[in-house]
Design a protein around this ligand. Structure first.
Ligand code: MN
Length: 402
Protein backbone atom coordinates (compact mmCIF):
# COMPACT_ATOMS: atom_id res chain seq x y z
CA UNK A 1 0.00 0.00 0.00
CA UNK A 2 1.34 3.44 -0.83
CA UNK A 3 0.72 6.43 1.44
CA UNK A 4 -0.73 9.07 -0.91
CA UNK A 5 -0.20 11.94 1.55
CA UNK A 6 3.59 11.64 1.92
CA UNK A 7 6.38 11.29 -0.62
CA UNK A 8 9.65 9.34 -0.55
CA UNK A 9 11.20 12.72 -1.50
CA UNK A 10 11.61 14.10 2.04
CA UNK A 11 11.52 17.81 1.08
CA UNK A 12 8.00 17.31 -0.31
CA UNK A 13 6.76 16.50 3.21
CA UNK A 14 7.85 19.86 4.67
CA UNK A 15 4.58 21.67 5.59
CA UNK A 16 6.05 24.91 4.16
CA UNK A 17 7.02 23.63 0.72
CA UNK A 18 5.05 24.96 -2.24
CA UNK A 19 5.27 21.56 -3.88
CA UNK A 20 3.96 18.67 -1.73
CA UNK A 21 2.72 15.40 -3.23
CA UNK A 22 -0.80 16.89 -3.42
CA UNK A 23 0.33 19.67 -5.80
CA UNK A 24 2.35 18.24 -8.73
CA UNK A 25 2.45 21.40 -10.89
CA UNK A 26 3.78 21.18 -14.47
CA UNK A 27 6.63 23.21 -15.91
CA UNK A 28 9.44 23.20 -18.47
CA UNK A 29 13.08 23.03 -17.43
CA UNK A 30 16.61 22.44 -18.66
CA UNK A 31 19.86 21.54 -16.97
CA UNK A 32 23.32 22.76 -18.00
CA UNK A 33 23.80 22.30 -21.73
CA UNK A 34 20.73 20.06 -22.04
CA UNK A 35 17.49 20.50 -23.97
CA UNK A 36 14.21 21.88 -22.66
CA UNK A 37 11.68 19.28 -21.49
CA UNK A 38 8.61 18.96 -19.30
CA UNK A 39 8.79 18.34 -15.56
CA UNK A 40 6.75 18.26 -12.37
CA UNK A 41 7.83 20.04 -9.18
CA UNK A 42 8.02 17.94 -6.00
CA UNK A 43 9.66 19.44 -2.89
CA UNK A 44 13.07 20.76 -3.95
CA UNK A 45 13.27 18.47 -6.98
CA UNK A 46 11.83 18.18 -10.49
CA UNK A 47 10.61 14.93 -11.99
CA UNK A 48 12.10 14.62 -15.47
CA UNK A 49 8.89 13.61 -17.22
CA UNK A 50 10.57 13.08 -20.60
CA UNK A 51 13.09 10.65 -19.06
CA UNK A 52 10.37 8.97 -16.98
CA UNK A 53 8.25 8.39 -20.08
CA UNK A 54 11.27 7.12 -22.03
CA UNK A 55 11.93 4.64 -19.20
CA UNK A 56 8.34 3.37 -19.55
CA UNK A 57 7.21 4.66 -16.15
CA UNK A 58 4.31 6.71 -17.49
CA UNK A 59 2.52 7.34 -20.78
CA UNK A 60 1.78 10.73 -22.31
CA UNK A 61 2.13 9.89 -26.02
CA UNK A 62 5.69 11.26 -26.09
CA UNK A 63 4.53 14.82 -25.38
CA UNK A 64 6.85 15.39 -22.40
CA UNK A 65 9.94 15.56 -24.64
CA UNK A 66 8.60 18.82 -26.14
CA UNK A 67 9.95 22.21 -24.96
CA UNK A 68 6.42 23.38 -24.00
CA UNK A 69 3.42 21.69 -22.36
CA UNK A 70 0.89 22.49 -25.12
CA UNK A 71 0.97 19.00 -26.67
CA UNK A 72 0.48 17.29 -23.31
CA UNK A 73 -2.33 19.66 -22.37
CA UNK A 74 -3.99 19.01 -25.76
CA UNK A 75 -4.30 15.30 -24.87
CA UNK A 76 -7.26 16.30 -22.70
CA UNK A 77 -8.67 15.70 -19.27
CA UNK A 78 -8.57 11.86 -19.26
CA UNK A 79 -4.79 12.04 -19.90
CA UNK A 80 -4.35 14.78 -17.25
CA UNK A 81 -6.17 12.62 -14.69
CA UNK A 82 -4.32 9.43 -15.65
CA UNK A 83 -0.84 11.02 -15.49
CA UNK A 84 -1.63 12.75 -12.17
CA UNK A 85 -2.79 9.44 -10.65
CA UNK A 86 0.32 7.67 -11.97
CA UNK A 87 2.70 10.39 -10.68
CA UNK A 88 1.02 10.28 -7.26
CA UNK A 89 1.62 6.53 -7.15
CA UNK A 90 5.26 6.80 -8.29
CA UNK A 91 6.11 9.64 -5.86
CA UNK A 92 4.26 8.41 -2.76
CA UNK A 93 6.05 6.69 0.08
CA UNK A 94 6.66 3.14 -1.10
CA UNK A 95 6.64 4.38 -4.73
CA UNK A 96 9.40 4.22 -7.36
CA UNK A 97 12.77 5.48 -6.13
CA UNK A 98 14.23 5.02 -9.62
CA UNK A 99 12.03 7.80 -10.99
CA UNK A 100 14.40 10.26 -12.75
CA UNK A 101 14.57 13.61 -10.95
CA UNK A 102 16.89 16.61 -10.91
CA UNK A 103 17.56 19.13 -8.13
CA UNK A 104 15.53 22.28 -8.72
CA UNK A 105 18.65 24.28 -7.79
CA UNK A 106 20.43 22.80 -10.85
CA UNK A 107 17.63 23.58 -13.29
CA UNK A 108 16.66 26.62 -15.36
CA UNK A 109 12.90 27.13 -15.61
CA UNK A 110 11.33 28.30 -18.87
CA UNK A 111 7.98 29.57 -20.11
CA UNK A 112 5.80 26.46 -19.51
CA UNK A 113 3.56 26.92 -22.56
CA UNK A 114 3.68 28.49 -25.96
CA UNK A 115 1.21 31.27 -25.14
CA UNK A 116 -1.29 31.09 -27.99
CA UNK A 117 -3.09 34.31 -27.12
CA UNK A 118 -3.45 36.46 -24.01
CA UNK A 119 -6.67 38.07 -22.80
CA UNK A 120 -6.77 40.07 -19.60
CA UNK A 121 -9.89 40.70 -17.53
CA UNK A 122 -10.95 43.09 -14.78
CA UNK A 123 -12.89 40.99 -12.26
CA UNK A 124 -12.20 42.48 -8.81
CA UNK A 125 -14.95 44.94 -7.98
CA UNK A 126 -12.69 46.66 -5.43
CA UNK A 127 -9.99 47.17 -8.07
CA UNK A 128 -12.44 48.27 -10.78
CA UNK A 129 -14.05 50.77 -8.42
CA UNK A 130 -10.74 52.14 -7.10
CA UNK A 131 -9.19 52.54 -10.56
CA UNK A 132 -12.40 53.97 -12.02
CA UNK A 133 -12.62 56.51 -9.18
CA UNK A 134 -9.00 57.59 -9.78
CA UNK A 135 -9.41 57.92 -13.56
CA UNK A 136 -13.01 59.22 -13.78
CA UNK A 137 -14.15 60.13 -10.24
CA UNK A 138 -16.27 58.06 -7.81
CA UNK A 139 -19.59 58.82 -9.56
CA UNK A 140 -18.46 57.18 -12.80
CA UNK A 141 -16.14 54.60 -11.22
CA UNK A 142 -17.98 51.39 -12.06
CA UNK A 143 -19.37 51.28 -15.62
CA UNK A 144 -23.03 50.17 -15.82
CA UNK A 145 -22.24 46.82 -17.50
CA UNK A 146 -19.55 45.83 -14.99
CA UNK A 147 -21.68 43.64 -12.69
CA UNK A 148 -23.36 41.98 -15.72
CA UNK A 149 -20.42 40.75 -17.78
CA UNK A 150 -16.67 40.11 -17.55
CA UNK A 151 -14.77 43.11 -18.93
CA UNK A 152 -11.52 42.36 -20.73
CA UNK A 153 -9.17 43.30 -23.55
CA UNK A 154 -7.11 41.27 -25.99
CA UNK A 155 -3.50 41.52 -24.83
CA UNK A 156 -0.19 40.50 -26.35
CA UNK A 157 0.99 36.89 -26.14
CA UNK A 158 4.36 38.00 -27.55
CA UNK A 159 5.38 39.84 -24.39
CA UNK A 160 4.46 37.12 -21.86
CA UNK A 161 7.68 36.04 -20.11
CA UNK A 162 8.64 33.63 -17.36
CA UNK A 163 9.48 34.67 -13.80
CA UNK A 164 13.04 36.00 -13.51
CA UNK A 165 13.02 37.81 -16.87
CA UNK A 166 13.99 41.49 -16.61
CA UNK A 167 11.44 44.05 -17.82
CA UNK A 168 12.56 47.25 -19.57
CA UNK A 169 10.74 50.43 -18.57
CA UNK A 170 8.68 51.42 -21.63
CA UNK A 171 8.79 54.64 -23.62
CA UNK A 172 5.45 56.07 -24.62
CA UNK A 173 3.15 58.99 -25.19
CA UNK A 174 1.61 60.64 -22.12
CA UNK A 175 -0.43 63.72 -21.31
CA UNK A 176 1.95 66.59 -20.51
CA UNK A 177 1.26 70.03 -19.09
CA UNK A 178 1.63 71.62 -22.54
CA UNK A 179 0.29 68.80 -24.70
CA UNK A 180 1.42 65.24 -25.40
CA UNK A 181 4.96 64.17 -24.52
CA UNK A 182 7.05 61.17 -25.50
CA UNK A 183 8.87 59.96 -22.40
CA UNK A 184 10.04 57.05 -20.32
CA UNK A 185 7.04 55.83 -18.29
CA UNK A 186 6.87 57.70 -14.96
CA UNK A 187 4.09 55.64 -13.40
CA UNK A 188 5.13 52.01 -13.82
CA UNK A 189 2.95 49.59 -11.85
CA UNK A 190 2.31 45.93 -11.20
CA UNK A 191 -0.96 44.02 -11.25
CA UNK A 192 -1.35 41.00 -8.95
CA UNK A 193 -3.31 38.39 -10.89
CA UNK A 194 -3.76 34.72 -11.58
CA UNK A 195 -3.77 33.40 -15.15
CA UNK A 196 -5.94 30.51 -16.30
CA UNK A 197 -4.47 28.20 -18.96
CA UNK A 198 -7.04 27.00 -21.50
CA UNK A 199 -6.67 23.26 -22.09
CA UNK A 200 -9.00 22.61 -25.03
CA UNK A 201 -9.54 23.94 -28.55
CA UNK A 202 -13.01 25.19 -29.40
CA UNK A 203 -14.15 25.49 -33.03
CA UNK A 204 -15.12 28.90 -34.38
CA UNK A 205 -18.83 29.46 -33.82
CA UNK A 206 -19.10 27.12 -30.82
CA UNK A 207 -20.08 28.56 -27.44
CA UNK A 208 -19.02 27.03 -24.12
CA UNK A 209 -21.35 26.91 -21.12
CA UNK A 210 -19.78 27.96 -17.82
CA UNK A 211 -19.76 24.28 -16.84
CA UNK A 212 -17.97 23.24 -20.05
CA UNK A 213 -15.59 26.19 -19.71
CA UNK A 214 -14.72 25.01 -16.21
CA UNK A 215 -13.75 21.61 -17.62
CA UNK A 216 -11.68 23.24 -20.36
CA UNK A 217 -9.29 24.96 -17.92
CA UNK A 218 -6.05 23.03 -17.31
CA UNK A 219 -4.61 25.08 -14.46
CA UNK A 220 -3.47 28.41 -13.10
CA UNK A 221 -0.27 30.47 -12.83
CA UNK A 222 0.58 33.67 -10.99
CA UNK A 223 0.53 36.60 -13.41
CA UNK A 224 1.94 40.13 -13.11
CA UNK A 225 0.35 42.40 -15.71
CA UNK A 226 2.98 45.20 -15.71
CA UNK A 227 1.15 48.47 -16.45
CA UNK A 228 2.30 51.95 -17.50
CA UNK A 229 -0.33 54.09 -15.78
CA UNK A 230 0.57 57.44 -17.37
CA UNK A 231 0.48 55.91 -20.87
CA UNK A 232 -2.75 54.08 -19.94
CA UNK A 233 -4.55 57.20 -18.67
CA UNK A 234 -3.84 59.06 -21.96
CA UNK A 235 -4.59 56.24 -24.42
CA UNK A 236 -7.35 54.11 -22.90
CA UNK A 237 -10.51 55.84 -24.14
CA UNK A 238 -12.37 54.72 -26.20
CA UNK A 239 -10.86 51.32 -27.07
CA UNK A 240 -9.12 50.28 -23.86
CA UNK A 241 -5.49 49.76 -22.88
CA UNK A 242 -2.94 49.21 -25.66
CA UNK A 243 0.76 50.13 -25.30
CA UNK A 244 0.40 50.58 -21.54
CA UNK A 245 -0.07 46.80 -21.23
CA UNK A 246 2.21 45.58 -24.03
CA UNK A 247 5.53 46.09 -22.23
CA UNK A 248 5.56 42.69 -20.54
CA UNK A 249 3.51 40.17 -18.58
CA UNK A 250 5.33 37.88 -16.14
CA UNK A 251 3.98 34.42 -15.26
CA UNK A 252 5.19 31.83 -12.76
CA UNK A 253 7.00 28.83 -14.26
CA UNK A 254 4.74 26.21 -12.63
CA UNK A 255 1.15 25.54 -13.73
CA UNK A 256 -0.90 24.46 -10.70
CA UNK A 257 -3.62 22.13 -11.99
CA UNK A 258 -7.32 22.50 -11.30
CA UNK A 259 -7.11 18.97 -9.87
CA UNK A 260 -4.73 20.20 -7.14
CA UNK A 261 -6.93 23.23 -6.40
CA UNK A 262 -10.22 21.30 -6.29
CA UNK A 263 -10.23 20.88 -2.44
CA UNK A 264 -10.09 24.71 -2.16
CA UNK A 265 -13.10 25.49 -4.37
CA UNK A 266 -15.23 28.28 -2.89
CA UNK A 267 -17.64 31.10 -3.67
CA UNK A 268 -16.48 34.54 -4.83
CA UNK A 269 -17.85 38.02 -4.04
CA UNK A 270 -21.61 38.34 -3.49
CA UNK A 271 -23.65 39.16 -6.63
CA UNK A 272 -25.21 42.62 -7.00
CA UNK A 273 -27.75 41.35 -9.53
CA UNK A 274 -28.73 38.06 -11.18
CA UNK A 275 -26.55 37.18 -14.18
CA UNK A 276 -27.89 36.39 -17.63
CA UNK A 277 -28.33 32.61 -18.00
CA UNK A 278 -25.19 32.06 -20.13
CA UNK A 279 -23.02 33.34 -17.25
CA UNK A 280 -24.71 31.55 -14.36
CA UNK A 281 -22.56 29.03 -12.54
CA UNK A 282 -24.00 25.82 -11.12
CA UNK A 283 -21.31 25.50 -8.44
CA UNK A 284 -18.79 27.86 -6.86
CA UNK A 285 -16.17 28.80 -9.45
CA UNK A 286 -13.43 30.31 -7.26
CA UNK A 287 -10.64 28.91 -5.08
CA UNK A 288 -9.43 29.89 -1.62
CA UNK A 289 -5.94 31.01 -2.70
CA UNK A 290 -3.92 33.47 -0.58
CA UNK A 291 -2.13 35.88 -2.91
CA UNK A 292 0.20 38.79 -2.28
CA UNK A 293 3.15 40.77 -3.57
CA UNK A 294 6.38 42.24 -2.35
CA UNK A 295 8.59 45.12 -3.51
CA UNK A 296 12.34 44.63 -3.02
CA UNK A 297 11.57 41.90 -0.50
CA UNK A 298 9.13 43.90 1.61
CA UNK A 299 5.60 42.49 1.83
CA UNK A 300 3.18 45.07 0.38
CA UNK A 301 -0.32 43.75 -0.36
CA UNK A 302 -2.11 40.58 0.65
CA UNK A 303 -5.54 39.31 -0.31
CA UNK A 304 -7.37 36.21 -1.56
CA UNK A 305 -8.57 35.11 -4.99
CA UNK A 306 -12.02 34.60 -3.42
CA UNK A 307 -12.69 38.39 -3.53
CA UNK A 308 -13.22 38.18 -7.31
CA UNK A 309 -16.61 38.74 -8.97
CA UNK A 310 -16.25 36.69 -12.19
CA UNK A 311 -14.45 33.33 -12.31
CA UNK A 312 -12.08 32.20 -15.06
CA UNK A 313 -14.79 29.76 -16.22
CA UNK A 314 -17.26 32.64 -16.60
CA UNK A 315 -14.61 34.68 -18.41
CA UNK A 316 -13.88 31.78 -20.78
CA UNK A 317 -17.59 31.17 -21.42
CA UNK A 318 -18.06 34.88 -22.12
CA UNK A 319 -15.05 34.82 -24.47
CA UNK A 320 -16.75 32.16 -26.65
CA UNK A 321 -20.12 33.93 -26.64
CA UNK A 322 -19.36 35.58 -29.99
CA UNK A 323 -18.18 32.31 -31.50
CA UNK A 324 -14.54 33.28 -30.95
CA UNK A 325 -12.45 30.08 -31.08
CA UNK A 326 -10.17 29.33 -28.13
CA UNK A 327 -6.95 27.34 -28.33
CA UNK A 328 -4.87 25.19 -26.04
CA UNK A 329 -2.36 27.56 -24.48
CA UNK A 330 -4.66 30.59 -24.38
CA UNK A 331 -3.87 32.58 -21.26
CA UNK A 332 -6.70 34.39 -19.46
CA UNK A 333 -5.64 36.91 -16.80
CA UNK A 334 -8.16 37.11 -13.96
CA UNK A 335 -7.72 40.87 -13.50
CA UNK A 336 -5.98 42.55 -10.60
CA UNK A 337 -6.90 40.89 -7.31
CA UNK A 338 -7.65 43.60 -4.73
CA UNK A 339 -9.49 43.31 -1.46
CA UNK A 340 -11.42 46.21 0.10
CA UNK A 341 -8.65 47.77 2.24
CA UNK A 342 -5.47 49.59 1.17
CA UNK A 343 -3.14 46.81 2.41
CA UNK A 344 -5.14 44.32 0.31
CA UNK A 345 -4.60 46.06 -3.02
CA UNK A 346 -2.79 44.38 -5.91
CA UNK A 347 -1.43 47.52 -7.59
CA UNK A 348 0.49 50.64 -6.54
CA UNK A 349 -2.07 52.78 -8.39
CA UNK A 350 -4.59 51.88 -5.68
CA UNK A 351 -2.17 51.59 -2.77
CA UNK A 352 -0.73 55.10 -3.32
CA UNK A 353 -3.91 56.67 -4.76
CA UNK A 354 -2.20 57.35 -8.10
CA UNK A 355 0.97 58.55 -6.40
CA UNK A 356 -0.68 60.99 -4.00
CA UNK A 357 0.04 58.91 -0.88
CA UNK A 358 3.55 57.42 -1.07
CA UNK A 359 4.39 54.18 0.72
CA UNK A 360 7.55 53.25 2.58
CA UNK A 361 9.64 50.37 1.22
CA UNK A 362 12.67 49.32 3.26
CA UNK A 363 13.00 52.90 4.51
CA UNK A 364 12.70 54.41 1.01
CA UNK A 365 9.66 56.18 -0.43
CA UNK A 366 7.75 54.83 -3.42
CA UNK A 367 4.77 56.02 -5.42
CA UNK A 368 5.41 53.75 -8.44
CA UNK A 369 8.13 51.26 -9.44
CA UNK A 370 11.66 52.64 -9.89
CA UNK A 371 14.54 51.29 -11.99
CA UNK A 372 16.22 48.35 -10.28
CA UNK A 373 13.12 47.49 -8.24
CA UNK A 374 12.03 43.85 -8.04
CA UNK A 375 8.37 42.88 -7.73
CA UNK A 376 7.56 39.33 -6.60
CA UNK A 377 4.09 37.76 -6.42
CA UNK A 378 3.21 34.79 -4.25
CA UNK A 379 0.23 32.50 -3.95
CA UNK A 380 -0.76 29.38 -2.03
CA UNK A 381 -3.83 27.46 -0.91
CA UNK A 382 -3.48 26.35 2.72
CA UNK A 383 -4.68 22.90 3.80
CA UNK A 384 -4.22 21.11 7.13
CA UNK A 385 -0.53 20.16 7.15
CA UNK A 386 0.38 21.15 3.58
CA UNK A 387 -0.05 23.93 1.08
CA UNK A 388 -0.52 24.11 -2.67
CA UNK A 389 1.98 26.78 -3.70
CA UNK A 390 2.61 28.52 -7.02
CA UNK A 391 6.37 29.08 -6.67
CA UNK A 392 8.08 32.33 -7.70
CA UNK A 393 6.76 35.05 -10.02
CA UNK A 394 9.20 37.95 -10.03
CA UNK A 395 10.71 40.54 -12.33
CA UNK A 396 13.18 43.41 -12.08
CA UNK A 397 12.80 46.73 -13.89
CA UNK A 398 15.65 47.95 -16.12
CA UNK A 399 15.99 51.61 -17.19
CA UNK A 400 14.18 52.76 -20.33
CA UNK A 401 16.02 52.73 -23.66
CA UNK A 402 15.20 56.26 -24.71
MN1 MN B 1 -4.50 43.38 -15.66
Amino acid sequence: MTDTARSWIASANDPCTDFPLQNLPYGVFSTAGDRLRCGVAIGDRIVDLAAAEKAGKLDAAGTFAAPVLNDFIALGRPAWDRVRARLTELLAEGGDRDLPTVAMADATLHLPIRVTEFTDFYASKNHAFNVGALFRGPDNALPPQWTHMPIGYNGRASSVVVSGTDIVRPMGQVRGENGPEWTACRRLDLELELGAIVGADTPMGERLSVEDAERAIFGYVLLNDWSARDIQAWEYQPLGPFQSKALGTTISPWIVTVAALEPFRCAGAPRDNPLLPYLREERPGFFDINVGWSLNGQEMGRTNYNVMYFSSAQQLAHHTESGCPMRVGDLLGTGTISGPSRDQTGALLEMTQNGKEPVSVNGETRTFIEDGDTVALHGFAQADGYRIGFGPCSGTILPARG
